[in-house]
Design a binder for this molecule. Structure first.
Ligand code: ATP
Length: 241
């Protein structure tokens, strides 16, 4: 079943058009990775889906409803949760307090502090520690946990591995894999192609704001994706949705 449909989306930063005529569909239970070079428009696209950035054209349909003009907090209530680039935790609040901040914003459902600590065992001994005292990996786990506390139907993950040591990235991705196995629908932005290909069922490659390649991970070669990523050969394997 289609959970998210993006139709001909355009988004700008002032005069700069960061997202151009992007159409894509995310089915329930799918993990879609947005890949592309720096400045390709991945973060802008993710923030536009979350309602943190207003598009100038196109539509965002979630579970059949048109969200295009809807503010971010109402999208959270419908089940869209964003883990932003840079994590944006409350530095003076503890891990547990950061998790609890999400309750008022989100939906009711199975996720609570105990369940987040089960999903991210590294956080259990740290639940009373202030976020500013955590390592990058621990902060990232807390940020994902906070999004899960909203009981999302769609989880948007922006650059989970940014600034993390490889061992921390492994730990964070191992938790993400458990979420995927449990059927969570995820759209993630990932610069590391190997990581993206390892977790995503579908890859969407952006170049200068446009979708230049989209397809099932199992049907795309690394060469095809790299070629699209760097804009060496526009249109290879291009999908219309
Ligand atoms: P990165 O991996 O570097 O985050 P990205 O693919 O996520 O790149 P975006 O961050 O969406 O790309 O940026 C798309 C374009 O929009 C870039 O040219 C960028 O410089 C520009 N841009 C992004 N944020 C802003 C902003 N707040 N103000 C002005 N221009 C911006």
């Amino acid at each position: 079943m289609t959970l998210l449909a993006i139709e001909q989306l355009d988004a700008r930063h002032g005069l700069l058009q960061a997202v151009r005529d992007v159409s894509l569909v995310v089915d329930e239970g799918e993990t879609v990775a947005l890949v592309g070079a720096n400045g390709a428009g991945k973060t802008t696209l993710l923030r536009t889906i979350a309602g943190a950035h207003r598009p100038v054209g196109g539509r965002i349909i979630f579970d059949g409803a048109d969200l295009t003009g809807m503010p971010a907090h109402r999208r959270v209530r419908l089940g869209i949760a964003l883990v932003p680039e840079g994590r944006r935790l409350f530095p003076d609040l503890t891990v547990e307090e950061n998790l609890l901040t999400a309750i008022a914003a989100g939906r009711s459902g199975p996720w609570n502090v105990e369940r987040v600590l089960e999903a991210f065992p590294l956080l259990r001994p740290l639940r009373k520690r202030q976020a500013r005292l955590l390592s990058g990996g621990e902060q990232q786990a807390t940020a994902i946990g906070r999004a899960l506390m909203c009981n999302p139907r769609l989880l948007l993950l922006d650059e989970l591995s940014l600034g993390l040591a490889p061992v921390a990235v492994d730990a964070v991705y191992s938790s993400v894999r458990s979420l995927i196995a449990a059927g969570t629908t995820i759209v993630l932005v990932e610069q590391d192609l190997s990581r993206a290909m390892a977790v995503a069922s579908r890859i969407v490659c952006l170049l200068e704001g446009r979708v230049v390649l989209a397809g099932r991970t199992s049907e795309l070669s690394r060469d095809q994706i790299t070629t699209a990523y760097f804009g060496l050969h526009h249109g290879v394997g291009r999908e219309s949705a």
